[in-house]
Design a protein around this ligand. Structure first.
Ligand SMILES: N[C@@H](CCC(=O)N[C@@H](CS)C(=O)NCC(=O)O)C(=O)O
Length: 253
């Protein structure tokens, strides 16, 4: 059995499937893909994932992409390892509800703010001709547009809309954590890992104006419970090769 995990810094999608690998104690070969050098769009990587995105799981030569799919695949392929999906149908449905919510209503909105601050800086430092050439190698049309917009700058209206959606998500999660210890019930699941990786771990650093400590105390307490899990702490230690000057929102790691 051989697992390879192609990933970038331990943040967002790259972190989201790294945590389950660590939680389950699965040995894997870690292959770093340098997003700042556009390695995700290079021929060698697109041959592995034609969509040109990280992360990717290679299990004995079978390629699995998209973090929510990868994480459920790990549940099915390694049933003896620590389960992160409830085994009862109701629990599994609740977990999937929260995964769907994070995938559809959180991830892209946080991502827009991250891209605005981090990817925008990278994109603006590239001269026009080189940038056009880089764009031509991006396989997904939506990603091509996102890179273009990051260079010119997201509109204030779009950034505000994303921020409003994040407010809605934070309030919804705060409410849920008043009813259950974890998002999907009494157990820590893939849903917690999903929200943590995309938003929970960095929400204060990214959005200091939201005064998270005062407004969402249960979320802060939940975040500490996730952060102090040995597997999560180990994943967060994975090397961050972001150039120091660009660590505007990936924090001080
Ligand atoms: N739905 C995908 C999204 C993957 C994704 O957005 N990956 C980002 C990194 S967090 C990426 O590869 N970005 C670089 C690019 O698109 O050029 C998943 O869940 O894996």
């Amino acid at each position: 059995m051989a697992l390879k995990y192609y990933h970038a810094e331990p943040l967002a999608n790259s972190l989201k499937s790294m945590i389950p690998l660590k939680e389950k104690g699965l040995a894997y070969e870690s292959i770093y893909v340098d997003l700042h050098k556009f390695e995700q769009h290079s021929d060698w990587f697109v041959a592995i994932n034609p969509e040109g995105q990280v992360p990717v799981l290679d299990h004995d030569g079978t390629i699995i992409t998209h973090t929510t799919v990868i994480n459920e695949y790990l549940e099915d392929a390694f049933p003896d390892a620590l389960p992160l999906r409830p085994r009862d149908p109701v629990g599994a449905a609740r977990m999937r509800y929260w995964n769907k919510f994070v995938d559809e209503h959180v991830m892209n909105h946080v991502s827009m703010h991250g891209w605005h601050r981090l990817v925008g800086v990278i994109a603006r430092n590239i001269d026009e001709g080189t940038f056009e050439e880089l764009l031509s190698h991006i396989p997904l049309p939506d990603q091509r547009k996102k890179w273009s917009t990051a260079r010119s700058g997201f509109s204030e209206a779009d950034l505000q809309n994303a921020s409003d959606k994040i407010d809605y998500a934070l309030a919804k999660i705060e409410k849920q954590l008043g009813e259950t210890a974890w998002l999907a019930g009494n157990d820590y699941t893939l849903a917690d890992i999903n929200f943590y990786s995309h938003c929970g771990m960095m929400v204060e650093r990214m959005f200091p104006e939201k005064d998270v400590a005062a407004n969402y105390p249960r979320l802060v307490e939940w975040r500490e419970r996730v952060t102090t899990r040995p597997a999560v702490a180990e994943a967060l230690k994975a090397e961050d090769r972001t150039a120091p000057g660009l660590r505007t929102w990936s924090g001080d790691r």
